[in-house]
Design a protein around this ligand. Structure first.
Ligand code: AMP
Ligand code: ZN
Length: 481
């Protein structure tokens, strides 16, 4: 069985992954707060944990992995939007969940097995808060329920901070009903249009953190394998989840492995509305980027490193996926095969999701270029959730189209390029033959045409290998026909 290694943020080491129950591997990932379109940063954890989901399914079997990703559908940002638009909260959250699923589906993300909405687990949250109060880890005060951080000795262990450091660093106004300034809200009162439920502490709504503790417990039980999310959630959200769950259910409970993806930036800068570099996944898709292109850019950087979204990377990804798809189409590589996923790709992904290494290996299969290599390329891509060759269109982004290319590049164009592909191979043979015959003029003519057309030809000890650069222009080969 493939050995999976994962970097555990909790122990700060890369560990061999051993599931609690190999027949039911359980992974929980914090999902979005649903009040607006997902921005491209929100898509990073979705893509990263989708690759992990695919890997776990591959290793343990599709029916032996349960992936849960929640929707936070009770939150003050949602209330503000309802107030501003006059629409109901349910209407806004339903619409946003629909958008999210469509947009993430376009990036090739499989649907998780469970997609719990916070508002559907209010009784479980209330029950957990009552247990925490009964055990002396929480208290009610002025319509609130609060977690008592001093009652939980490991508070701060995940993010490596002490309660005193946190107090020193906190700029929040200290509410009078808190015993310790770092005590966090489990329940708070609701008024006006704010959504609310009856509870032992009065009419109100949950604080943010309790939902993940209560929902993972309801779906998975008190202990499960992997908990993921973006690094921005490590503190306070995940720290608070651990405090709630372990204080309630026992020290050795809750998630065994914690994984955090680093943040995504745009053109070297933090995304922010004021810099104008804040955009949604939908805007990118509408601009003409295929979902596979966005996914490919994401997977080119290891999840534990900050990742920079740039226009240049997207164009390069587009060119790579195009040429891979063309190669697969032109060599008639079968879409279904009993072949195993190439072990070097599988091992790279199993080594703490080293997707960038896996992509380097995919490039080398493409370069070798035999039908067997291209089948490996296709299978390796599938493990990463990239369905090359299946793509019914690989479009250049609209800007590029208008500058360099009129019209869309649809499958019909790829079939035309298939002819170019065969022609290139024919020319490579002709060039070799010309060199043998000492017809250097013809050999040079072919080499120059390749350079002009953007065909990169390299002589290696195993023979000639070639690839298309992003500026590939088949019309520049016409003169040789
Ligand atoms: P939110 O809706 O803000 O709770 O975020 C949903 C998910 O997106 C969480 O796992 C966040 O950690 C993640 N996330 C938010 N912004 C970014 C970003 N710029 N880069 C990567 N992940 C992010
Ligand atoms: Zn969470």
């Amino acid at each position: 069985m493939t050995k999976i290694k994962l970097y555990n943020t909790k122990t700060k080491t890369k560990e061999v992954f051993t599931p609690l129950d190999k027949d039911n591997v359980r992974m929980y990932v914090c999902g979005p707060t649903v009040y607006d379109r997902a921005h491209i940063g929100n898509a990073r954890p979705v893509v990263v944990f989708d690759v992990l989901f695919r890997l776990l399914r591959h290793v343990y079997g599709t029916d032996h992995v349960t992936y849960a990703r929640n929707f936070t559908d009770v939150d003050d940002k949602i209330n503000t939007k309802a107030e501003q638009t006059g629409r109901s909260i349910r209407d806004i959250t339903d619409e946003t969940i629909g958008w999210f699923l469509d947009d993430m589906g376009a990036l090739g993300a499989l649907a998780p097995n469970e997609a719990p909405r916070a508002t559907e687990y209010i009784p479980e949250m209330i029950a957990m808060i009552e247990e925490l109060i009964a055990k002396g880890h929480a208290y009610g005060a002025e319509g609130h329920a609060l977690f008592n951080v001093n009652s939980y000795k490991h508070y701060g262990a995940l993010s490596g901070r002490s309660v005193d450091d946190m107090i020193a660093g906190a700029r929040v106004e200290v509410a009078p009903y808190k015993r310790n300034p770092m005590d966090f809200v489990l329940w708070k009162p609701s008024t006006g249009i704010q959504p609310g439920w009856d509870s032992p502490w009065g009419y109100g709504r949950p604080g943010w953190h309790i939902e993940c503790s209560a929902m993972s417990r309801a779906l998975f039980g008190e202990t499960f394998d992997i908990h993921g999310g973006g690094l921005d959630l490590q503190f306070p959200h995940h720290e608070n989840e651990i405090a709630q769950s372990c204080a309630c259910c026992g020290e050795d409970t809750f998630a065994k492995v914690w994984m955090h993806n680093e943040m995504l930036q745009v053109e070297g800068k933090k995304m922010s509305k004021s810099l104008g570099n804040f955009f949604s996944v939908r805007e990118l898709l509408d601009k003409g980027y295929a979902g596979e292109v966005i996914r490919f850019v994401f997977l080119s950087t290891h999840y534990s490193k900050p990742m920079d979204w740039t226009e240049k990377k997207a164009r390069e990804a587009e060119a790579t996926l195009r040429k891979w798809s063309i190669a697969i189409e032109s060599k008639s590589v079968a879409f279904y095969s009993d072949e195993p996923i190439p072990s070097d790709i599988l091992n790279a992904v199993a080594d703490d999701l080293n997707t960038s290494l896996a992509i380097t290996k995919l490039h080398s299969y493409y370069k070798k270029g035999t039908p067997e290599d291209l089948q490996k390329l296709r299978l390796g891509c599938e493990l990463l959730g990239l369905y090359i060759g299946h793509m019914d269109q690989i479009r250049l982004n609209k800007e590029l189209e208008s500058e360099e290319q009129k019209g869309d590049l649809f499958l019909s164009d790829i079939y035309n390029e298939k002819d170019s592909f065969e022609f290139i191979e024919q020319l490579i043979l002709e060039r070799a033959e010309a060199k043998l015959q000492k017809n250097y003029a013809r050999a040079d003519e072919i080499r120059t045409a390749f350079t002009n057309a953007g065909v990169v030809v390299t002589d290696t000890k195993d023979g000639v290998v070639w690839e298309l650069s992003s500026s590939f222009d088949p019309s520049k080969l016409e003169a040789l026909k």
